[in-house]
Design a binder for this molecule. Sequence first.
Ligand code: COA
Length: 207
Amino acid sequence: MAAAIEVRDARPDDVAGLITLWGEMSIGAGHQRVLAAPTPESVRASIDRLGGDPAGRLVVGELDGHLSGMVYLRRTPISPLHAEDTMTVEYLHVTDRARRHGLGKALVAEAAAWAEHENCPYLGVVAPAVAREANRFLARLGLSQAAVLRFAATHTVRRRLAAEHAPNLLAMLSSRRSVIARRAQLGRHPGESADLSSPAEPESAGR
Ligand SMILES: CC(C)(COP(=O)(O)OP(=O)(O)OC[C@H]1O[C@@H](n2cnc3c(N)ncnc32)[C@H](O)[C@@H]1OP(=O)(O)O)[C@@H](O)C(=O)NCCC(=O)NCCS
């Protein structure tokens, strides 16, 4: 007999099951490298928030009465320059033991049904590049690769940007050091002379 599949919006009593699904998915997709594990409080708050959000849904799938899959759906403008919306499908996951029973397709079908209901002409699914089987599954549903999503903590990007600008910063610091040395040679204290009171221009600036 075919397994019974039910797809519905997440409820507060799904908290523990959602944390388990997230944990499994993080290991496969590498999310744990950048995202801390959700807490029962954060999951409960998200379910509450999405309950009142007309543009977002957290959908779960049950197989024979067991919570076995999840997907996050968001309706967003397709671009800053178009009027149409796209349905973004993220964090699609079916637990190992429940796979190949049609639950993955039932979750994507829910995304497509909601997209049609909301007049979204496009569906975009975010899938980890490393998930080969999932990417094959999505390709068979007609979804082709359209972009690469890169992800990092904000402070990581800021640190890299700062490192890239370090040569300018070093030039400015070395210029300040030579101004102070020149002033010392003239027997003045730094900041005494009006013409040296403003920050010195880096020696390399504008040249
Ligand atoms: C990708 C994923 C969501 C698919 O979930 P799933 O529940 O196994 O999906 P389905 O059962 O609907 O379909 C999977 C395959 O099983 C087949 N299948 C469905 N019911 C079946 C049954 N009763 N007997 C045999 N095969 C069956 C489907 O036809 C499908 O085959 P296809 O890929 O050749 O089209 C799941 O494998 C997963 O969570 N992967 C890891 C997480 C991940 O990488 N997520 C990516 C984010 S998008």
